[in-house]
Design a protein around this ligand. Structure first.
Ligand code: GLN
Length: 307
């Protein structure tokens, strides 16, 4: 397949959509980003990459980081983790509080904010100091992306905390139900630290290969998680990776995927490749508008989806 030609076509075909959607504006560092940017990269199992657009530009991965923290927590806790979080789509916005009250502080899944905060708390049970817990997460991402320079943008991390009322409310509510063990401020700061990690589409698509290959990195043979855990992470990506637009994403794109409010989306084609796309303007559910369309075009043009 001529992936270069396909990516070029996609970049042309999404151009008319630039200008639609809205960048995340809950913190100044994200609100000031130029919305008219686009990048897409695919990484094959032999490491070959095809890219189009600004594939070297770093951006805030935001909720894509929830995929890496979920992986790490599964490594530490296995099935035990599901005592503290579910694996059902929430059907609610990513930062919603309502369900948590009547479901006794157990978040629906690890990809909504409440679930990711519990996952971060679980990681801090191993490393109660915020910085050490963050370093474990960052180092894991560096490992699977095969890129030692990856780190957080400290301005974004600090700014998230200054505007973090809703996430602090989620953490406090869960603490009242006994589902947060560590200090609320430390847990939420660690959560913001990993959301503030910066990557580009080349790094992100490379980092998806273990999920496309039953938990084992196809390039260096490293086993990161079991095949069963990889199956489950992919299943949760498919059903919960785009919050209350997860059904719509599965319907249009047909791949397990995870989005972030920085405008990035990662997706997995089992046994074939990792994909990452980026365009900062978001649709109403907080997922990249152009990125979602680009992925839909990719699966349509290549015939590669899981269905
Ligand atoms: N840091 C963001 C928040 O907590 C992440 C949300 C997202 O990417 N959907 O609100």
């Amino acid at each position: 397949m001529d992936y270069n030609a396909i990516l070029q076509e996609i970049a042309e075909e999404v151009k008319p959509l630039m200008g639609q959607g809205k960048v995340a504006d809950y913190i100044p560092a994200l609100a000031n980003i130029n919305p008219n940017q686009f990048a897409m990269t695919i990484t094959l199992f032999d490491g070959t990459q095809y890219s189009v657009g600004s594939a070297d530009t770093l951006f805030s991965i935001q909720s894509i980081s929830k995929l890496y923290t979920f992986t790490l927590a599964l490594k530490h806790y296995g099935y035990e983790l599901y005592k503290r979080i579910g694996r059902e789509p929430s059907g609610n916005p990513f930062n919603s509080l309502v369900q948590l009250e009547y479901e006794h502080g157990i978040p629906r899944n690890p990809f909504i904010n409440a679930g990711a905060i519990v996952v971060t708390d679980a990681l801090m049970d191993h490393h109660p100091q915020s910085d050490i817990a963050y370093n474990e997460i960052r180092d894991f991402i560096r490992l699977i992306a095969d890129e030692t320079t990856i780190d957080r943008d400290e301005i974004v991390a600090r700014s998230e905390m200054e505007h973090g009322y809703r996430n602090l409310a989620l953490a406090n509510l869960m603490k009242s139900f006994g589902n947060i063990n560590n200090d609320i401020l430390d847990v939420v700061q660690t959560y913001f630290n990993h959301c503030a990690i910066e990557m580009n589409t080349k790094m992100l698509s490379r980092s998806m290969l273990y999920l496309a290959n039953h938990g084992t990195d196809p390039i260096n043979g490293e086993v990161y998680i079991t095949p069963q855990q990889a199956k489950r992470i992919n299943a949760v990506m498919l059903t919960c990776g785009h919050y209350d637009a997860s059904g719509d994403f599965a319907f249009h794109v047909g791949l397990p995927g995870k989005s972030g409010v920085g405008g990035g989306i990662v997706a997995v084609i089992p046994k074939q490749m990792g994909i990452a796309v980026w365009s900062p303007a978001l649709n109403g559910q907080g997922n990249s508008l152009v990125g979602t369309h680009a992925l839909e075009l990719f699966t349509t043009k290549t015939g590669l989806s899981i269905f």
